[in-house]
Ligand binder design. Structure first.
Ligand code: AMP
Ligand code: MG
Length: 327
C-alpha cells in the first residue's frame, strides 16, 4: 500500500510518498520565506496554492508512480495556521474524491514522533519536538501521546528567528545563530526559565534584545550564550520526562533538532543516564510530507478515516487530544 501525505501546517507545503515497508519514495517541499517580517497567513495560503500542482507532479515523478498507484491520501489536519491547513486539506480532499481514495487526517506533532520511530531504532521514545512554532516534550502513556512539558510562550525556533532578526541575520535565523555561536565560548549570563516541566522564552528574548541595543556585546557571544542557556533548559525538561516515564530513548523532531550543539547536549545528557538519543535526517526533522504519509498509513491500518464530504481542519487540536488507536 502506498500513502501520499500532504503537509501544510505553516510555512512549508510538502508532499511525501511512502509505502508500508517504510520506504520513502518521495519527499518534496517548498518553503515560504520572507525578506523581512514574519508569516502573513493570507500570503502563506497564496504560496501553497501556487506551488501545490508542481509539488504533486514532482513527488509522483520522483516516486515513479501515478496517482492510480496511491492507496490512501493523508494530510496534516492539526495543529497549525488555519489558512495554511485549509489548502493542504482541500488538495487532499480533491485527490481523494476525484480518484476515489480513502482520506486520513493526522496530527502534525504526532507525525514527527511516529516518523522518528520509523526511521531510527527508537521504540518508545520521548520526543523533543523543537520547531518554529512548537516546543513540546511528548511521550506515549496509556492511550495518548502526552505533553510532559512545553513552552509557555514562544516556540524555540521562533525565538531563534526573532533574536536573529534583531541581530540583522536572515530568516530562518536558527542556522545563522548556530554558525555564529561556533566563534565564541564566552558565556554571558542570561535568565534561565524552567517552570516545573515548562519553559518560557519571551523574557530571555527581551533580555537579549536589550543587550543587542547597548552595542556592547559581540553577536557571537550572544548567539553562543542564547544557545547554551536555552538548550540547557530543553535538556532539563527532557531529562525529567525520561526520569518520570522511565523511558530510555529520546528522538528529535522539528527544525531546531538540526542544531548540532543541541544534539550534542541532549546526547550527553542521555548517555549520562543510560539512555540513547536518536536523530532522524534533517529532511525529516523539518516539516515534511513523508511523515504525514507515514502516520496516515499507520492510522488507516488501524481503521481511522475521514469522510471527505464533511472533513474539517483542526487548527487548535492538541497532541494529547488524539486517541492513539494504533499502539
Ligand atoms: P520547522 O518549524 O520544524 O520546519 O523548523 C523551522 C525552524 O527550525 C526555524 O525556526 C529555524 O530557524 C529552525 N532551525 C533550522 N535549522 C536550525 C539549526 N541548525 N539550528 C537552530 N535552529 C534551526
Ligand atoms: Mg513541525
Amino acid at each position: 500500500m502506498i500513502s501520499l501525505g500532504i503537509e501544510s501546517t505553516a510555512h512549508t507545503f510538502g508532499i511525501g510518498i511512502v509505502d508500508d515497508s517504510k520506504k520513502i519514495l518521495a519527499n518534496v517541499k517548498r518553503m515560504y520565506t520572507t525578506e523581512e517580517g514574519g508569516l502573513i497567513p493570507a500570503k502563506l495560503a497564496e504560496h501553497h496554492v501556487t506551488v501545490c500542482g508542481d509539488v504533486l507532479h514532482e513527488a509522483l515523478t520522483e516516486a515513479c508512480i501515478t496517482i492510480k498507484d496511491v492507496g490512501i491520501v493523508a494530510f496534516s489536519q492539526s495543529p497549525g495556521i488555519g489558512n495554511s491547513l485549509r489548502i493542504g486539506m482541500q488538495a487532499a480532499r480533491t485527490l481523494a474524491l476525484t480518484h476515489n481514495k480513502p482520506l486520513v487526517g493526522v496530527n502534525h506533532c504526532i507525525a514527527h514522533l511516529e516518523m522518528g520511530r520509523a526511521l531510527t531504532s527508537a521504540k518508545d521514545p520521548v520526543l523533543l519536538y523543537a520547531s518554529g512554532a512548537n516546543t513540546q516534550i511528548i511521550a506515549y502513556d496509556t492511550g495518548k501521546y502526552r505533553i510532559f512539558g512545553e513552552t509557555l510562550d514562544l516556540g524555540v525556533g521562533n525565538f531563534l528567528d526573532a533574536f536573529a532578526r534583531d541581530l540583522g541575520l536572515g530568516f530562518p535565523g536558527g542556522p545563522h545563530v548556530e554558525k555564529l555561536a561556533l566563534a565564541s565560548s564566552n558565556l554571558i549570563e542570561l535568565p534561565y526559565v524552567v517552570k516545573g516541566m515548562d519553559i518560557s522564552l519571551s523574557g530571555i528574548f527581551t533580555n537579549l534584545r536589550g543587550k543587542i541595543k547597548t552595542g556592547k556585546f559581540a553577536p557571537a557571544d550572544l548567539c553562543y550564550s542564547a544557545q547554551e542557556t536555552v538548550f540547557a533548559m530543553l535538556c532539563e525538561v527532557t531529562e525529567r520526562a525520561l526520569a518520570h516515564t522511565g523511558k530510555t530513548e529520546v528522538v528529535f523532531g522539528g527544525g531546531v533538532g538540526c542544531n548540532i550543539r543541541l544534539q550534542e547536549m541532549v546526547s550527553r545528557m542521555c548517555a549520562e543516564r543510560g539512555a540513547v538519543a536518536y536523530c532522524p535526517p534533517n529532511q525529516f526533522l523539518v516539516d515534511n510530507g513523508a511523515m504525514i504519509a507515514w502516520l496516515g498509513l499507520i492510522e488507516y491500518n488501524a481503521g481511522v478515516m475521514e469522510n471527505p464530504d464533511t472533513v474539517q481542519i483542526k487548527p487548535y487540536l492538541r497532541t494529547d487530544q488524539v486517541d492513539v488507536v494504533w499502539r
